[in-house]
Every structure is written in C-alpha cells, then in structure tokens.
Design a protein around this ligand. Sequence first.
Ligand code: NAD
Length: 377
Amino acid sequence: MNIVVLRETQPGEARVALMPESVKKLIALKATIQIESGAGLGAARTDDEYREAGAEVSSDRKALLETADVLPVVNRPDVEVFQQLRSGATVIGFLRPLDEPKALQPALAQGLTTFSVELIPRITRAQSMDALSSMATVAGYKAVIIGANQIPRMFPLLMTAAGTVPPAKVLVLGAGVAGLQAIATARRLGAVVSSYDVRAAAGEQVKSLGATFLEVDLGGIKTEDAGGYAVELSDEAMDRGRALIAEHAKTADIIITTAQVPGRRAPLLITEEAVNGMRRGAMVIDLAGATGGNCALTKADETVERNGVTIIAPTNLAATVPVHASQLYSRNITAFLTPMIKDGELQIDMNDDVVGPSCVTHQGEVVNKRVAALIAS
Ligand code: NAD
C-alpha cells in the first residue's frame, strides 16, 4: 500500500497531513510512503526529515497521484487531484461533506473511497482519531493569544507601586472543546473568565477550570442530542441566552465565541445591540465564522470595527499553529488508518463502527445517508 502526502495548496494553509514521526509508524506496518517535496515545510519539517523517517520524496505531483493507494489530506483536494487518482484509491481528510456535499461528486465519479474526519464518531475507541477536537483545541488556545496581543490592556491582576491593575475579563460562549481550551488559556494568563453554554453538562467542566458558568433558565427544554451535541433551540430560549450575554458583554474585554450546532448555521448569540453596549477597546473573536458566525456583525476572515470594538472571525486558526496542529492531526490520521492496515494493505470493513460511519463514498456509491440526501437535493 502506497500512502502519498501532497503539499496543501489552500491559501494560508501551513499544515501537513502526516509528520515524519507518523511516517515511521506507518512504515512499520509495511506501508510505503511518498511525500511531495516541500509538503512539510510549513510545519517546519524538511524533505530530509521525511527521508530519514523512511519516505521517498518526489516533486512529480502527477506521478505521485497515479501511484497513490491512500491520500491523507488536511483540506479537501481540488477536482484535478480527485481526477488524477486511480479508481479505488482512498482519500481521508477534512472533506466538508455536510457543508459542501456536491464538491465530493468528482470523487464519486472517479470511484474513490473517501473518509471524512468530520464524520468520525465521538465514541471512546475513536478518541485518538478525533481531528475535530485536535483542531478545536489549537483554535481555542490561539484565539486567546490573539486577543491578549490585541486588546489595549494586560490580562493578569497586578499590584504595582503605581497601583493595582485589574485583571482582564474574558467571556467564552460555547464550552465545547475550543471553548474549554480558550477558558484554560485565558485563566493561565490571569484573566477572570466566565462562560455560557446551553448544555448543562458543560457547567461542571467550566467550573473545574476556575471560570464562572453563566446560567439561564431555558424552561427545562432539551438542549443536547444523544451524541452530546447541542440542538437548535426555540426563538424564546435563544432570546433568553442572548439577553444574558448582552448583559455580560458590557463589561467584557474579550468575548470568544465557539457555539456550533452540527449541520446548521451557527447560533446567533451576540446581537448588534450587544456589540453597541460593549466597551471601547473590547474584542469579539468569533470562531464560528465558517458557519455564519455567533455575532451579528461577523464577517468571516475580515476585521469589523464598531464604536471602538473589534470583531474578527478567523476561519482557519489551526493553520496558524502548524507544527502542533499537524502533529495532532497526523496522529489522528495514523490512529484511524492503523487498525485498517493488515499485512501492509488497507482493508476496509464497512461494518466497523468507526470506518462505516466516517465513509462518504465507496465503490461508486455515496454510503453516508445524510450526504447522499444532500447531494440528491
Ligand atoms: P461544537 O463545536 O459542535 O459546539 C461548541 C459548543 O457550542 C458546544 O459546547 C455546544 O453545546 C455549544 N452551543 C451550541 N449552541 C449554543 C447556543 N445556542 N448557546 C450557547 N452554546 C451553544 O461542539 P464540540 O466542541 O465539538 O463538542 C460538543 C460535545 O461533544 C461536548 O459535549 C464534548 O464534550 C463532546 N465531545 C466528545 C468527544 C468524545 O470523544 N467522546 C470528543 C470531543 C467532544
């Protein structure tokens, strides 16, 4: 089995799908690995390091694709890449099957097997493969660092000869993986942190990180599904949450928003009025920009100013920490592939409770029912 890794071509992308440490592990399972020259440079890994790990390095992208059995990627490749792969080859990565299902049609037409890391079920056995959590961890951390760098104040409480400097106030909306990492990072820098989430279970985790959990009476409605994800709420429940947030926004120096509902537009949590009520110099860092944003003024990958308040919504923060983001991602991909490799060959068992649910296309069919319905619509 030949595993090929290309240089990622999406603008701003610096991550690589496999790091040299993972190359070694896969070679030990009798796979051969070919790397496109320069693929690891953004993540500070040279061609020589890949060679030392046992990979072959080549600049001939076309030839690499023609011999690939498995193509691990970070971002969904271009149509041309799908078309240059052999029928029956396997692609795995962030393929965005629920956001842009039709973009996978060329992979289907080419007879490729595609696995989407977004669809890997969040069951205990698959924790080491959870790329969404890995990238959310990096994004939550980096959001705080960006905020700390940009606001006109310091984070920690300081008692100086010139008087006391009060700590920064950080409000984190959505206490999932990214939100919890943002809380932990802001606390380490000395900020006073509060957080809001519709899932009551998030409360304990927020408190265990030394932050305050903001609670609102949502009337006892169901706020999470069987998988532990938030569900879409009624307008009334949303309004109660928004009123609470607007109140706390008045004194926040930074609001980091991470709220998502899988397969839906991100919930609107910060209204225009709430932004108007914020202090000059404050900042909103919206990590839900790719799915519409949690703030009414958000523009994905743009900076918006309103009365001295800055709103940013970087959609690919993980790519700005490419070494660790690649390291975690590469381990996730390796953990996914390892149980499927038998005697150096990839053996796809669609009955496996991780392999089956994460597969989008296989043997000329869209096997994921949700994606199939979206493609047909
Ligand atoms: P996510 O990115 O889908 O959403 C981020 C957060 O936004 C969630 O905590 C969600 O509850 C919250 N949210 C949604 N709508 C909201 C609203 N209207 N107001 C306020 N907050 C809102 O979630 P995620 O970070 O990927 O994780 C979601 C869940 O999955 C969590 O319970 C997490 O612990 C769990 N999880 C489990 C595993 C596992 O392997 N078992 C791994 C990762 C995450």
